[in-house]
Design a protein around this ligand. Structure first.
Ligand code: SF4
Length: 894
């Protein structure tokens, strides 16, 4: 792996993946070896890292990096240019659009991966100086409904609690959250609370996920019905005399209307059960536990937010906590689990089109306040276009110049093919990126700007509990790569705003951001870090993780909000909201009888531009898949490992079939990660519909009506080679990082010539060993150069089963004679063949070994760990092992 030169290290930094915001100690040596470990002093993770964080060292290589500015030539090719030329071209393009069609014909689409300082610079340029609020972010796909729900109830976008509440709660209710996979370190804290203090865990989800495996109660709810369940809970609390009348009368409004509406929606346990598809006894148990457990935290994530009624779902949850006064006290409160590493930082600076800056909105007084602080010549006077609307405006031609920073909308937005086509119509598409190639870059980008990546970036991020952590560099900026804030400031300078963007360094941006948070605040806004507004560069460099608010230099007090009211609405009261009757906005029919749910898998992140480089992370689930319930699969004639075509009104994909008992009948699940870069036909964003929530604008990514059908496959196999590998024509391929090279797993739809493929890959003087049985369609070959293994090709019976074993052999360039003889048999010299899919990525323990340990008597996760080592390092696979133990037990004869 090639990396650029190391800076002085180790450094304390932050993980660039999920909103847990774990502290990482990272170092690099001159030989290119990067090591990471959990930061034992960081309050979020206390030294632990999940498998994604642990594998960060495998993701910092320069392979595929964009290292120089590039501009598309008239012939359509990309050409390297100087920074001067690139920045001038960006400026001229935006200036022309502003001049000819006005500021609203321009837009920025940002990312929860940007640092707060980068976000601040972009937002200030557009909303204060260009004069448009067309600044939105991929966080719109993540937690916009939580923002809208918070603002509606609290008058501010405030997460009231802290992670310590998860340690102190006696009841943890997870709604629409597969925390075991998506927020693993927080999940491990919750499970520790369950184990050590006896806290109960309830999981409410349409799928039975790995998280459900550890729950005390699982409510496999009908999609879209969370609002019914929490309406029923509010009614139950009221009827049982469990409301906190003092808190309600002292600090809230709206109970009467909210409760009246809740009674219309869910008047009784029986009615709640009927609407939600749950057993009445389970509903009653949840309601009793909640009613009788003061220390209750309700955690929610994308299953709540990514919904056409997401804001109402959030409101239904907040209503129950406000009505019982369970907010802002130890072990109590609603808790929005943020998906992205810096979605919270983006919210703080106004990265969303409906926020201005420093948690201010678009009232006349707020616009005026920010205008005066910035000295802004042309303030945006109203909210801008939210993500889905923004790309519709691109498609309609009303946005002509777009700058995308650090995100991949051509893969991740709903109706991704529509987005891809829309991008191709722009007068100017600028992309600030780490990678030379991705779906957005390849959708007609005119200018590519090389931006700093994790390990090189310098700034701050804010996690789900409002904790600001420094992200520090430990690697030099490679090539001509620059920080995002510098790029934005250079364009601002060229547009004529040099003075307002004349920051000498990133610390100066942070000070300005902190000062704005305190400007004319006087306790009227929640977000206030003015105590850091005069921080010196040295103190900024040494800043330890700090939770906001930081209202003065000595402010390190209680960091919970609202125990004693003090909301940020005009009357300082919280508002309970009468939600609309929950109704799923889509209906399946005979043509498209399934509801598609989308989400993440344990070991990948977003569109895999970083995690896709890691062989460790590629082991767990190497291919895009669709999870189907056993009965539905049988009815469709689908078996595990088949390929299925999934098709909606908007697009289609072809995915590997996984039979999952956790899938309810009529519902299927597919992950969001694979793109045109990593799979031939695995872009699930192309299939997803684009209905949005009326308040938050967040798209409904959990319910698209789809049809499924089996794809007939001629043969299956894989190709392994050193370095990168081109895609194979005529097959459904998935690219997988492996130790020592790259693999392509494939399903061929027509006959092909395996011998020609390996000869095309191998060097002219390579020696090729082959075995074949044409009558069975079996062909296997390995290429060697001077005894060194250079490529492997397997197709036909047994090929897929040999993948894990052969990739492990491929990791060693020079095989000993016994392994060399065993290679084409798909087994090691010890005779180990099919290891099955990887369960524990840290120790590469496969499903076969875990099942074997269970069948030999390992009855709990620790026992499986003792037998196989699985689950004994980062712990990310422990829920999965527990699920396997449960499944094996169900299979045992009574
Ligand atoms: S839980 Fe894992 S992915 Fe999330 S911040 Fe921590 S180490 Fe990173």
């Amino acid at each position: 792996m090639a990396i650029h030169g190391p800076l002085p290290n180790p450094v304390a930094t932050a993980c660039p993946y999920c909103g847990v915001g774990c502290g990482v100690i990272a170092s690099a040596d001159a030989g290119g070896r990067v090591t990471v470990a959990g930061d034992p002093t960081h309050p979020a993770n206390r030294g632990r890292l999940c498998v994604k964080g642990s594998a960060l060292g495998e993701t910092v290589g320069l392979e595929g990096r964009l290292l120089h500015p590039m501009i598309r030539t008239r012939s359509g090719s990309m050409e390297r240019v100087s920074w001067e030329s690139a920045l001038d071209a960006v400026t001229e393009g935006f200036a022309r659009t502003i001049r000819e069609q006005g500021p609203d014909a321009t837009a920025f689409y940002l990312s929860g991966q940007l640092l707060t300082e980068d976000y601040y610079a972009a937002n200030k340029l557009m909303k204060g100086f260009v004069g448009t609020a067309n600044v939105d972010t991929n966080s719109r796909l993540c937690m916009a409904s939580s923002v809208a729900g918070h603002r509606r109830a609290f008058g501010s976008d405030t997460v009231p609690g802290t992670y310590e509440d998860l340690d102190a709660a006696d009841l943890l209710v997870l709604v629409g959250s597969n925390a075991s996979w998506c927020h693993p370190i927080l999940w491990q804290r919750m499970v520790a609370n369950q184990r050590d203090r006896g806290a109960r865990i309830v999981v409410i989800d349409p799928r039975r996920t790995a998280t459900a495996a550890e729950a005390d109660l699982v409510l496999q709810i009908r999609p879209g019905m969370d609002g019914v369940l929490f309406s029923g809970l509010l009614v139950h609390l009221a009827d049982g005399g469990r409301l906190d009348e003092a808190y309600l009368s002292g600090h809230t409004t709206g109970l009467e209307d909210a409760l009246t509406r809740a009674r219309e929606i869910a008047p009784s346990i029986a009615a709640t059960a009927a609407s939600t598809g749950l057993a009445a006894a389970d509903v009653a148990l949840l309601f009793d536990w909640f009613a009788l457990t003061p220390r209750a935290v309700t955690l929610y994530s994308q299953g709540v937010n990514q919904s056409a009624q997401g804001t109402d779902k959030v409101s239904a949850i907040l209503n129950c906590h406000l009505a019982t006064g369970r907010i802002g006290r130890p072990g109590m409160g609603p808790f929005s689990l943020t998906g992205q590493p810096n979605a919270m930082g983006g919210r703080e600076v106004g990265g969303l089109a409906n926020m201005l800056a420093a948690h201010m909105g678009f009232s006349a007084s707020e616009i005026d306040r920010v205008r005066r602080f910035w000295g802004a010549p042309r303030m945006a006077g109203r909210e801008g276009l939210k993500a889905v609307q923004m790309f519709d405006a691109v498609a309609a031609g009303s946005i002509r110049s777009l700058w995308v920073m650090g995100t991949n909308p051509a893969a991740s937005l709903p109706r991704a093919d529509h987005v891809r086509r829309a991008l191709g119509r722009l007068d100017l598409l600028v992309v600030s990126e780490n990678m030379l190639s991705n779906d957005t870059v390849n959708s007609g980008a005119h200018i590519l700007l090389p931006a700093a990546a994790w390990g090189e970036k310098d700034g701050t991020v804010t996690n789900s509990e409002r904790r600001i952590t420094r992200q520090r560099p430990f690697l030099d900026l490679p090539g001509e790569v620059k920080p995002d804030w510098w790029i934005i400031a250079e364009v601002a300078r060229r547009l004529g705003f040099a003075e307002a963007f004349d920051w000498p360094d990133v610390a100066a941006i942070f000070r300005e951001h902190a000062a704005l948070s305190g400007f004319e605040n006087n306790g009227s806004r929640d977000f206030d870090i003015s105590g850091l507004a005069r921080i010196t560069n040295a103190d900024y460099d040494g800043l330890v993780p700090v939770q906001w608010p930081v209202r003065s230099t000595s402010d390190r007090g209680d960091k919970r909000f609202f125990a004693e009211g003090g909301f940020y609405s005009a009357d300082r009261r919280a508002r309970l909201v009468a939600i609309e009757p929950p109704a799923l906005k889509v209906v399946t029919d005979a043509e498209r009888p399934f509801l598609l749910n989308t989400g993440r898998v344990r070991d990948q992140w977003h569109t895999m531009t970083r995690t896709g480089k890691s062989p460790t992370l590629g082991r767990h689930i190497p291919e895009p898949f669709v999870a189907v319930g056993p009965a539905d699969a049988a009815a469709l004639g689908l078996s595990a490992g088949d390929i299925a075509r999934i098709e909606s009104h908007h697009g289609a994909a072809r995915l590997r079939v996984v039979i999952d008992e956790g899938q309810a009948s009529g519902e299927v699940f597919a992950p969001i990660h694979w793109t045109a870069e990593t799979a031939a036909d695995g872009r699930i964003g192309a299939v997803v519909q684009a209905a949005t929530d009326p308040f938050s604008g967040q798209p409904e990514m959990k319910a698209t009506t789809v049809a499924l059908s089996k794809v007939e496959v001629e043969s299956e196999g894989f190709l392994l080679c050193r370095g990168d590998v081109a895609s194979l024509a005529g097959v459904l391929w998935t690219r997988v990082a492996t130790e020592g090279g790259t693999g392509l797993l494939f399903a061929a739809l027509a006959p092909f010539d395996g011998a020609a493929i390996i000869r095309g890959i191998a060097g002219s003087d390579d020696v090729i060993s082959e075995v074949g049985d044409p009558s069975r369609g079996l062909y296997r070959a390995a290429a060697f150069q001077d005894g060194r293994l250079t490529a492997v090709f397997f197709s036909g019976p047994g090929a897929r089963e040999a993948w894990a074993t052969v990739t492990r052999l491929f990791a060693c360039p020079t095989l000993d004679p016994a392994d060399r003889r065993a290679l084409l048999a798909g087994r090691t010299a010890e005779g180990i063949a099919d290891q099955g899919p990887t369960v524990c990525a840290c120790f590469a323990v496969g499903l076969t070994a875990v099942r074997c340990a269970i069948s030999e008597g390992a009855s709990d996760v620790d026992a499986v760990g003792r037998a196989t080592k699985a689950g004994t390092n980062c712990g990310s696979c422990r829920s999965e092992i527990r699920k396997l133990i449960g499944a094996e037990r169900r299979l045992e004869p009574a």
